[in-house]
Design a protein around this ligand. Structure first.
Ligand SMILES: Cc1cc2nc3c(=O)[nH]c(=O)nc-3n(C[C@H](O)[C@H](O)[C@H](O)COP(=O)(O)OP(=O)(O)OC[C@H]3O[C@@H](n4cnc5c(N)ncnc54)[C@H](O)[C@@H]3O)c2cc1C
Length: 432
């Protein structure tokens, strides 16, 4: 197994349960991948903000299987939007009525088009049209320019116009099902003590079943030999009959590209994804009343503010207020390679624009995290380009976020992918 994120851990767990001898190679010293945690005020906290929707049934099922089902809390959350230089409640029918940046006719079109998406279970209707085209047609330019356009740009940067409507459908359709029947509020799920606990439970079960972990051991190369595959790391080569690679497509090409045919390399190489930059502030004061605050202003250097302690009580973090500053970008963007202090110097004035009383004295600690492969870009017609788990190299399989469709990536779907990939290896049958 290459990669100890959720996809790799779940697949390894299933294979080990089936009696396979499993070795897990992970680049970093800890398992968890994008769900890695750090210490904030004496409690574990995800480096990247995380919550569950009530539709995340694969996650809940696995948590129950591992004895953690009772540890998921479903708590109310409050969503806002920064638009027209001020904060607004967002995400409920009442908040839409009060949202002044949209004139009444556009509020109506926004509401109607969102309702249409929530009511349409057949995602194939949205596969061949971009989100931009669909929104312009069904909700109009003002809705696009005021709400969806900025949000798509925050997530997909310069690829925003390429994103298929099916991606937005996945977000809204599933999110709609996570809301209460009155549509007035939403409960989101969180694992008491952090999502790292499920990662730990999986790792523990794997160790108990005899699986080996090679942490802080990036896989450099994978080469076929008669009867299997050789995995090359700093510890030298090791031989396996099968390898499941769960890192980014670009990593697979780097490690095994020379053994993969050109058409496969082109296919896998054309699966773009944005990277993520997350700054986490431990603060002495609260920044805003919202858990989730979308920034619908493209002048801003970040796209979202997630105040974790407006969702999970701050008493658990030594009384500290925790704020994530989120940005998705391509690696060519200057902020990706900028020094942490430079990133902070860029962000600070914009935080003050939202909350003029904010200043450095509020910040008790600042943490910076980066993920190179964070959010696959889903263009039109994506379904036909999704690679199967089997690669053209016998015994080499690839399972990652790029195969999640039509839903958006998330822990729930990493678990589903891990389960499916393990089943494919076990059956030796083609993946769906
Ligand atoms: C900013 C952000 C916010 C998110 N918010 C949520 C949320 O609210 N709710 C939710 O459910 N999900 C959320 N997610 C998504 C969720 O974290 C992922 O879908 C899931 O964790 C992906 O798991 P994975 O195993 O597929 O990938 P990863 O976690 O990326 O695991 C891949 C692993 O492979 C390792 N690796 C890479 N290259 C090599 C190599 N050469 N050799 C060895 N190891 C290697 C990596 O270090 C990593 O550990 C969020 C993600 C981001 C980035």
């Amino acid at each position: 197994m290459v990669g100890a994120g959720l996809t790799g851990l779940v697949a390894a767990y299933r294979l080990a349960n089936a009696g396979w001898q499993v070795t897990v190679f992970e680049r970093y010293p800890e398992a968890g991948g994008l769900v890695a945690t750090f210490d904030a005020g004496g409690e574990r906290l995800e480096c990247f903000y995380h919550h569950l929707f009530t539709t995340d049934t694969d996650y809940v099922a696995l948590a129950q299987e591992l004895g953690l089902g009772g540890e998921i809390e479903w708590l109310p959350s409050r969503m806002g939007i920064y638009s027209g230089r001020r904060l607004w409640d967002f995400g409920t029918p009442v908040s839409l009525l009060k949202f002044a940046p949209l004139p009444w006719v556009d509020k109506f079109r926004f509401g109607l088009s969102t309702l249409l998406l929530n009511r349409t279970a057949d995602f194939t209707k949205f596969e061949q049209v971009t989100a931009r085209e669909w929104i312009l047609k069904h909700a109009g330019r003002r809705v696009y320019d005021t709400v969806w356009g900025p949000l798509l740009h925050q997530k997909f940067a310069e690829k925003a116009d390429d994103v298929a409507m099916v991606w937005l459908w996945g977000k809204l359709f599933l999110r709609g099902r996570s809301r209460s029947v009155t549509g007035l509020g939403e409960r989101l799920g969180y694992m008491r003590g952090s999502f790292g606990r499920l990662v730990d439970a999986l790792a523990q079960k794997l160790r108990e079943s005899g699986a080996r972990f090679e942490l802080a051991t990036p896989v450099k190369r994978i080469t076929p030999f008669d009867g299997g595959l050789e995995v090359h790391t700093r510890n030298g080569p090791a031989r396996f009959s099968k390898v499941l690679f769960t890192a980014a497509p670009s990593e697979l090409l780097r490690a095994a590209g020379e053994h993969l045919p050109q058409d496969y390399r082109t296919r896998v190489g054309s699966l773009p994804a944005t990277a993520a930059l997350c700054v986490v502030l431990e603060m002495s004061r609260s920044f805003s009343p919202y858990y989730w605050l979308n920034i619908a202003d493209q002048e801003f250097p970040f796209g979202g503010l997630i105040e974790h302690t407006n969702y999970i009580p701050r008493e658990r973090y030594g009384g500290r207020y925790l704020l994530y500053i989120s940005k998705y970008l391509f690696q060519e963007h200057g902020l990706w390679s900028a020094h942490n202090d430079e990133v902070w110097a860029t962000y600070r004035p914009y935080l003050q624009r939202i909350n003029p009383s904010f200043d450095d004295s509020w910040v008790l600690a600042r943490h910076h995290f980066k993920a190179a492969y964070a959010q696959p870009v889903i263009p039109r017609g994506y379904r036909s380009t999704i690679p199967p788990f089997e690669t053209p190299v016998p015994g080499l399989y690839h399972a990652c976020m790029a195969q999640i469709y039509p839903e958006d990536r998330g822990q729930n779907y990493a678990i589903r992918t891990g389960n499916r990939a393990a089943a494919t290896l076990l059956e030796g049958a083609p993946s769906d």
